[in-house]
Write a protein that binds this ligand. Structure first.
Ligand code: UDP
Length: 414
C-alpha cells in the first residue's frame, strides 16, 4: 500500500438514483493503481452487487431500518400538553428542537460514528469520501475527523443546514458540489466558498452510445412503427412531476394524435403507492392506452434510444438531473423545467427547450414542436451529445475528483 490509498466511500441514499449511479461511474473509472475503494452503503439496494462486480469491497448495512424504532415512551411525551405548549412559543420551540436534535445525535448518529471508526481503523483507510449531503453524512464526517483522516464531502442534493451541519461543513476538508446551483445554496446557508468546488457528474459517452438499441427499446414498450414516443425516466415521486407530464400528454394528443407517453421508474420505498396514483390519474385523463408504465430499467441507454423526446418535469429544482446528460448522450432533444441545474446543462432552443415548472400547456407545446420538426429535433439531439462530450464526460469527473484526493493526500504527507 506504499503508494496506494484506501478510500472509504459512504453511500447513504435510501434508494438508487443519480447519486448511487454517479458513485458507480466513479468507482468504475477510478485509478486502481493509486486508490483502493471500499464502500459502505446504508441500505442494501440493487447497486451493492454491481459495486461488488467491479471488484470493490462493499459493506452493505441496513442503517435506516435498524434506526426505525423509537422507544415507546417517546410518543406520549411528544404529544403531551406541556410539550405542545413548549413547541408553540418562540424560545420553547428552539429548546424543543435542540433537545430533540441532541437526542438524535446521541441515539442514532453516534453509534454509526463508532461503527465507521472501526472500519476506518481496521481497514487502514487513508481518506473518507461521503457521497450524499451533509445531513445524511454527519456520521461519516465525524468518524473521519475523529480518526484524523481527510474527508471529502460530495454534495449531491440541496440541504437544510442547521448550526451543527454548518460546523460539519467547515470540518470537511473539501466539498464537491454537483452543480453551481447547489454550491450557491450552500454558500447562502453560510458555508465558506473556499471549502468547495463544482465538479459535474460525468458520463462515459462512448460506452453509453455503444449500448443504444432503438428497435429493442421500442419493442420493450410495445411501440408500433407509426408511434412517436415521449418519455420521462426517474423515481416516481410527486416532485419529479410525472403528474404534470401526464396532463401534458393529454393536451399533446390533441396536437399529435400518434404519440405515446412512456413513464419509467419505481416509487421510492417510502412511497410505494405512488405508481398506482399515477396510473389512476392516467386513466382519469383517458390515457390508458396511450401511456406505458415501466418498472425500474437497468438498461437506460436502450430506454433512451426508443424515445423521440425526453422530458424532465421536476416541479422542484433538480440538484443535477443525471437523466438529462443521459438523454443528450443518446442524441435526444430534451424538454426540461427551467429550475435547479437544468439551465447549467441545457441551453434553451439549442439542446431542447426549457419550460416553466408545473406548466402542462408549455410542456405539451414544446414537445409538439419537437415532434413536428424532426430535423430541428435531430440537430438539437446532436448538439446535446456534443455538449455532453465536452462538458459532462466521465473524464472531467474522474480527473476532478482524483485531483481533490491528490491535493489532500499530499497535504497529509507533508
Ligand atoms: N434510472 C435508472 N432506471 C430507471 C429510472 C432511473 O437507471 O428506471 C437512473 C437514471 O438513468 C439516472 C438516475 O436513475 O441515472 C436518476 O438520476 P437523476 O439525477 O436524474 O435523479 P435523482 O434520482 O438523483 O433524483
Amino acid at each position: 500500500m506504499a503508494n496506494k490509498h484506501r478510500v472509504l466511500y459512504l453511500e447513504s441514499a435510501p434508494s438508487v438514483g443519480g447519486s448511487v449511479i454517479s458513485l458507480y461511474e466513479l468507482l468504475r473509472g477510478l485509478d486502481r493503481t493509486r486508490y483502493e475503494p471500499i464502500v459502505v452503503t446504508y441500505t442494501r439496494h440493487e447497486y451493492v452487487e454491481k459495486f461488488r462486480a467491479l471488484g470493490v469491497e462493499v459493506h452493505a448495512w441496513d442503517v435506516y431500518r435498524a434506526q426505525d424504532h423509537r422507544p415507546a415512551w417517546i410518543r406520549p411525551i411528544r404529544t403531551s400538553r406541556p410539550m405542545q405548549w413548549l413547541r408553540r412559543s418562540v424560545w420553547g420551540s428552539k429548546i424543543y428542537y435542540n433537545v430533540g436534535f441532541s437526542l438524535f445525535l446521541v441515539r442514532r448518529v453516534w453509534p454509526l460514528v463508532q461503527a465507521l471508526r472501526q472500519v476506518i481503523i481496521q481497514r487502514e483507510v487513508s481518506l473518507v469520501h461521503t457521497n450524499t449531503l451533509i445531513n445524511h453524512d454527519r456520521a461519516g464526517i465525524l468518524a473521519a475527523k475523529l480518526t484524523g483522516r481527510p474527508c471529502v464531502c460530495h454534495i449531491r442534493d440541496f440541504d437544510t443546514l442547521n448550526w451543527f451541519d454548518r460546523r460539519l461543513a467547515e470540518m470537511a476538508d473539501q466539498l464537491i458540489y454537483i452543480s453551481e446551483i447547489v454550491q450557491r445554496r450552500y454558500m447562502e446557508a453560510g458555508v465558506p466558498c473556499h471549502k468547495g468546488r463544482v465538479i459535474y457528474n460525468g458520463l462515459d459517452v462512448e460506452a453509453f452510445v455503444s449500448l443504444l438499441d432503438r428497435e429493442k427499446g421500442r419493442r420493450s414498450f410495445n411501440l408500433t412503427p407509426s408511434d412517436l414516443a415521449v418519455g420521462i425516466v426517474g423515481r416516481l415521486e410527486p416532485w419529479k412531476g410525472q403528474e404534470v407530464f401526464l396532463k401534458a400528454m393529454a393536451l399533446l394528443l390533441e396536437m399529435v394524435p400518434n404519440v405515446k407517453g412512456i413513464v419509467v421508474g419505481d416509487p421510492p420505498p417510502y412511497r410505494p403507492e405512488y405508481r398506482q396514483v399515477l396510473q389512476s390519474l392516467s386513466d382519469s385523463l383517458g390515457l390508458s392506452d396511450r401511456i406505458f408504465f415501466s418498472a425500474f430499467r437497468a438498461d437506460v441507454p436502450v430506454v433512451m434510444s426508443a424515445l423521440d423526446v425526453v422530458v424532465l418535469a421536476s416541479v422542484s429544482p433538480e440538484p443535477f438531473g443525471r437523466v438529462l446528460i443521459e438523454a443528450m448522450a443518446a442524441g435526444k432533444p430534451v424538454v426540461a423545467t427551467n429550475s435547479g441545474a437544468a439551465p447549467e446543462i441545457i441551453e434553451d432552443g439549442v439542446h431542447g427547450f426549457l419550460i416553466p415548472p408545473a406548466d402542462a400547456g408549455a410542456m405539451a407545446r414544446a414537445i409538439a414542436y419537437l415532434l413536428t420538426h424532426p430535423d430541428e429535433a435531430a440537430a438539437m439531439g446532436q448538439r446535446g451529445r456534443n455538449r455532453v462530450q465536452t462538458q459532462f464526460h466521465l473524464k472531467q469527473y474522474l480527473e476532478g475528483v482524483q485531483a481533490v484526493y491528490e491535493s489532500l493526500l499530499s497535504e497529509e504527507a507533508v
